[in-house]
Design a binder for this molecule. Structure first.
Ligand code: IMP
Length: 178
């Protein structure tokens, strides 16, 4: 039996080890280096969840680049329109820039669809997304994601930046609910 950890009221077991995650991040970085040769991309890392992924990714990016960190606020607008996500903290002018959004996980995809719409309105030269994890079965809207680290099943995960009610972001391995 795999060892488990308890976070709040739930038990989790190791799902993807840190070394496997970091090898994959390095592969993603090499693809980005090739695709952005002679460009100067601006990485927009979405807090809080992507802090660990963004840090690891940047260590293997060799093209000249910039990085900045954003938050996405989520609030209930009305019952019918549902949640609205708003980008907070984008001080850079992204017009005519090659922008790469760095996200921890794409679940329903609703957050990323809205982020992309709001960024596209500011007319970047190009816009792509790199996400460490994606749950294809959970997707509620079709969305193009250029760089996906791992496609995972539709189960709750934590670690490597992802939290369960505030805890677990510091775990180096990715854990799944058992
Ligand atoms: P989406 O709008 O449903 O794609 O939600 C994306 C956000 O939900 C991510 O940026 C995470 O913060 C959070 N999230 C989705 N799935 C998980 C999970 O399995 N564990 C922890 N957070 C998750």
């Amino acid at each position: 039996m795999k060892p488990t950890i308890q976070v709040h009221d739930k038990h989790f077991e190791v799902f993807i080890e840190k070394s496997v995650i970091e090898n994959r991040i390095n592969e993603l970085a090499q693809r980005i280096n090739l695709d952005y040769t002679a460009k100067r991309p601006l990485f927009l890392a979405i807090l809080n969840g992507s802090f660990m992924f963004a840090a690891e990714l940047m260590k293997s990016i060799t093209v000249a680049c910039e990085i900045t960190f954003l938050r996405v606020s989520s609030y209930q607008a009305t019952e019918s329109s549902g949640k609205v996500h708003q980008i907070l903290g984008l001080l850079e002018n992204i017009k005519d820039r090659d922008v790469i959004v760095v996200e921890d996980i794409v679940d329903t995809g609703l957050t990323m669809v809205e982020i992309k719409q709001q960024l596209l309105a500011q007319q970047p030269a190009s816009l792509s997304v790199v996400t460490l994890f994606q749950k294809p079965e959970a997707l509620k809207q079709p969305i193009d994601i250029e760089y996906v680290g791992f496609e995972i099943e539709n189960k709750f995960v934590l670690g490597y930046g992802l939290d369960y009610d505030g805890l677990g972001r510091n775990l180096g391995d990715l854990y799944v609910l058992c």
